[in-house]
Ligand binder design. Structure first.
Ligand SMILES: [Zn+2]
Length: 692
C-alpha cells in the first residue's frame, strides 16, 4: 500500500481533474460556522468513559446534536472546515467576478470561469451543441484504427499513483507525469487503468446483493443518459455498455495492487505495448494522445493494459462507440443541460454515496473554478487568511516534530546503524511546505471564455494535460505542490521527499495561534507527524533520501516492523462498523501506522515545546488531556451507511472514529484519563503498538 503518498483526510475533498467536469461529492458551503478555537467542552459526552470509547467521550454530545445535511454523505470537522473555506473561497471568486478585472488577467479568468459555470440559461440554450463535435468524431469511427485514435484523444492528466493519489479516471486510461521512480532526476509518463463508470472493479464483480443492486441501477442510469441524448435503443445499448465495462473491470488490477508501488513500477518501451498488449493500435492511440514521440513509459497495471487492449480488438466496434458516447456525455454532465447533471447526481451522488440532494449551482461553480484555477484562487486565499505569523508558528511546530522524530529514530534499538543513517539523511533532506508554494503557477496559457462553461472545462483539462506533457524531458521540480492552498488536507510526496500542508488545513480546529500549544500539537501536530512518518514507514522505506525506489531497510529492520504491523492489523480487523463489514486491517495498515507514529511524535514534540516547564491547564484539563481531546475532536465525523461502506471497501484510511482510537497505543493517554484494564479500549502494555 502506498501510504507514503496518501492525502491524509481525503474522502471527497480532493477532486482530481478527472472529476473536474462533475464535482459530485465535494464539500459544499452553506451557513458555515466558525469552529471554536479551543476544546469543545459542550461536545463531550461525560456519561461515556474515555477508556470505553474515546471517540464518543470526546464527541458524543456533538454527535447526538448533529444531523448530516441532506446533500452530504458525511459531516464533521473536515466538512465544517471545508465549508468555511469554501465560503471564503466563494467570496474571493465572486469578488473576482464583480471587479471587472482587465482581460487576460488571472482575476478576470477566475471571474469569467465562475460566471460562465453559473449561467444555466446559456448552458440550457446551447443544449448538446458544445459536445456535438466529440459525438460526431465517435460516430465517424469506422474501424479499429479510428477507434484507437478516438480513445487516445480522451487521455488526460487525471490520475496520480503517489502524490495526490487518485486511481480513478472515467477515460479508458489516465496519464500521470512524475519522477521516474528508478531515476528521480527525470520525469516519465505513467499510464494507469480507467474507463469504468462505477468507482472500482469490485462494484462489477462482488457477488453481494447490495452490489448486484448497484449494478442494476448503473445499467438503468446508462440507459437514461443515452435517452436524454436521444440515442435510439437505449436499454439494449446500455446493457452492452455495462457488459463491456464488466469485462474491463475483470481486466483491472485490484485496488490493493494499484497501491503497491513495486507492482506498479513497470517500465515499458514503446515496442512493449505491441508485444505485451496486442489488440489496440497503440501507435495511433499514443499519437492521438500527443505521446507519439515518447519512447518509454511506466504501465502501472500491466494486466489492465493487456486485457483492455484485447477487448478493443474482440468487442464489437458499435459497442465501443456506444461506450464512448455514454462516457462523453457522463464526463461532461456538469456543464451540459441540467437534466444530465441531475441524472449523474441521482446515480453517483444518491445511489453510490447516499446523498439525497444535489448542491446549489453556485456551490458547484465555486468548486469547479477553484479546481480549474487552483493556485490562482489559492494565492488570493493565502494572502487573506494565512498571515506570516501563523506560517512561522507552524514552521516552529514542524521543527519540533522533526527533532522529536529524529530522537525516536536514534532510540530504536532494533534498527541497524546503516538504516538509521539513511533515515537521518532522509529526515535532513525533507522539504516541508507550509501554507502555499514558493512560486505560483502560470495560467497565461489557459483561455477562459465568458459564456462558454463547456469550453472552459474542456480547455482546462487540455491545459493541464499539456502542462503534464511539457514536463517530459525537463528537470524535476521538487518545489511543486500537488494541493492548492484552499484544500483542507495534507499530503506526503514520497518521490520528492516533500510534503504539503495547505493553508486551509492550518486553521481551527486543527490549528489556532490563539490557543495553548497542547491543542495544536494534538490536532495539526498529529497530522504533521502522520505525514512525516509516511516517509519512514514500510512504503517510505522503499524510497531513499533522493526519492529513488530503492529499499533502504535491511531484512531484520523489516522483520521487526512487520511484527509490529501484524499487531496493528489485528487491532483494526477487530473493529466492526457495520453488521456485515469489518475494517480491513491490511488495507488500512500503512495509514494506521502513520496515525500511531504521528501521534507519538506529536506528543514528544509537544513535551519538547514546554522546555521542561508545566503545561497550562484549561477548564480543569491538564496539558496531556488537552492534547488527546484535541486529537479526538479533530476526527469528529458522522457518516451515512453507503458512504461508510464505500470507505471501508475502497479507502486506505480507517473511518475517522477508529482513527481517534489511535490513542490506545500511547501510554500517556492511559495516565491522562485513568484508563482501567476493564475498559473496552484498554490494551495490555505489550499490545500497545510502538513502531517508532
Ligand atoms: Zn496518511
Amino acid at each position: 500500500m502506498i501510504v507514503t503518498a496518501r492525502p491524509l483526510v481525503l474522502r471527497a475533498l480532493t477532486l482530481g481533474l478527472g472529476l473536474l467536469l462533475a464535482p459530485l461529492l465535494h464539500a459544499e458551503p452553506s451557513a458555515a460556522v466558525a469552529p471554536s478555537a479551543g476544546i469543545d467542552l459542550a461536545g463531550i459526552e461525560r456519561s461515556t468513559a474515555p477508556g470505553d470509547d474515546f471517540f464518543r467521550y470526546a464527541n458524543g454530545a456533538w454527535l447526538k446534536a448533529t444531523e448530516i445535511p441532506p446533500d452530504r454523505a458525511s459531516y464533521g470537522v473536515v466538512a465544517i472546515t471545508a465549508e468555511l473555506t469554501s465560503q471564503r473561497t466563494a467570496e474571493l471568486i465572486q469578488e473576482a467576478a464583480r471587479v471587472g478585472a482587465p482581460a487576460g488577467s488571472v482575476t478576470r479568468k477566475i471571474g469569467d470561469y465562475y460566471t460562465s459555470y453559473m449561467d444555466e440559461q446559456a448552458i440550457e440554450a446551447r443544449g448538446l451543441r458544445p459536445l456535438q463535435p466529440t459525438l460526431d468524431r465517435i460516430h465517424a469511427v469506422a474501424d479499429r484504427h479510428g477507434l484507437a485514435r478516438a480513445l487516445g484523444a480522451t487521455l488526460r492528466a487525471d490520475v496520480d499513483a503517489l502524490n495526490a493519489t487518485n486511481f480513478y479516471t472515467d477515460n479508458l486510461f489516465g496519464l500521470w507525469v512524475a519522477q521516474d521512480l528508478d531515476d528521480p532526476a527525470r520525469y516519465v509518463p505513467f499510464l494507469m487503468q480507467g474507463g469504468l463508470d462505477l468507482p472500482d472493479r469490485a462494484y462489477y464483480l462482488d457477488p453481494s446483493p447490495r452490489m448486484a443492486d448497484i449494478r442494476t441501477k448503473c445499467q438503468t442510469h446508462i440507459a437514461r443518459v443515452l435517452e436524454l441524448a436521444r440515442v435510439s435503443d437505449a436499454p439494449q445499448r446500455a446493457a452492452r455498455i455495462f457488459e463491456l465495462e464488466r469485462r474491463i473491470a475483470e481486466a483491472h488490477g485490484r485496488r490493493e495492487d494499484s497501491e503497491d508501488v513495486r507492482k506498479g513500477d513497470n517500465h515499458w518501451t514503446r515496442a512493449d505495448f505491441d508485444t505485451k498488449a496486442p489488440g489496440l493500435a497503440w501507435g495511433e492511440y499514443l499519437s492521438a494522445a500527443g505521446l507519439g514521440a515518447q519512447r518509454d513509459f511506466v504501465v502501472w497495471q500491466p494486466g489492465a493494459a493487456t486485457g483492455v487492449a484485447a477487448l478493443v480488438a474482440s468487442e464489437p466496434l458499435e459497442t465501443w462507440k456506444d461506450y464512448m458516447t455514454f462516457h462523453a456525455l457522463e464526463h461532461a454532465a456538469a456543464v451540459l443541460p441540467r437534466a444530465f447533471g441531475d441524472e449523474k447526481f441521482a446515480f453517483h451522488g444518491t445511489v453510490l454515496a447516499g446523498i439525497p440532494t444535489r448542491r446549489d449551482p453556485w456551490k458547484r461553480a465555486v468548486d469547479a473554478t477553484s479546481a480549474a484555477l487552483g493556485e490562482a484562487v489559492g494565492e488570493l486565499y493565502a494572502e487573506k487568511y494565512f498571515p506570516p505569523a501563523a506560517k512561522a508558528r507552524v514552521e516552529e511546530m514542524v521543527r519540533n516534530i522533526v527533532v522529536a522524530f529524529g530522537r525516536r529514530i536514534d532510540g530504536l534499538e532494533w534498527m541497524a546503524p546503516a538504516t538509521r543513517a539513511e533515515a537521518k539523511a532522509k529526515l535532513a533532506a525533507l522539504r516541508v511546505g507550509v501554507g502555499y508554494p514558493d512560486r505560483w503557477r502560470d495560467y497565461s496559457g489557459l483561455e477562459v471564455v465568458r459564456g462558454d462553461a463547456f469550453g472552459n472545462a474542456e480547455r482546462t483539462e487540455a491545459f493541464e494535460y499539456r502542462r503534464s506533457l511539457a514536463k517530459l524531458g525537463r528537470r524535476v521540480d521538487r518545489s511543486e505542490w500537488v494541493m492548492t492552498p484552499q484544500t483542507v488536507n495534507a499530503v506526503n510526496l514520497p518521490v520528492m521527499n516533500a510534503m504539503n500542508f495547505p493553508a486551509a488545513m492550518l486553521q481551527a480546529p486543527y490549528f489556532d495561534p490563539a490557543r495553548p500549544l497542547a491543542m495544536d500539537y494534538g490536532a495539526i501536530g498529529a497530522v504533521i507527524g502522520h505525514e512525516i512518518c509516511h516517509s519512514f514507514d514500510d512504503q517510505g522505506a522503499l524510497f531513499d533520501h533522493t526519492g529513488r525506489l530503492h529499499n533502504w531497510w535491511r531484512p531484520e529492520d523489516k522483520a521487526h516492523f512487520d511484527a509490529a504491523a501484524a499487531q496493528l492489523v489485528k487491532q483494526y480487523d477487530a473493529y466492526r462498523p457495520l453488521p456485515d463489514l469489518a475494517l480491513n486491517g491490511a488495507l488500512t495498515l500503512s495509514e494506521n501506522i502513520a496515525d500511531v507514529a504521528g501521534l507519538s511524535a506529536a506528543y514528544d514534540a509537544y513535551r519538547l515545546s514546554l522546555n521542561g516547564g508545566p503545561a497550562p491547564s484549561v477548564a480543569g484539563l491538564s496539558g496531556d488531556q488537552q492534547f488527546f481531546l484535541s486529537f479526538a475532536q479533530s476526527w469528529r465525523d458522522k457518516m451515512r451507511e453507503p458512504a461508510l461502506r464505500q470507505q471501508i471497501l475502497g479507502d486506505g484510511h480507517a473511518p475517522d472514529e477508529y482513527r481517534a482510537d489511535t490513542v490506545r497505543n500511547l501510554d500517556a493517554w492511559y495516565e491522562a484519563f485513568s484508563v482501567k484494564p476493564s475498559e473496552a479500549l484498554y490494551l495490555e502494555p505489550k499490545d500497545r503498538v510502538r513502531v517508532w
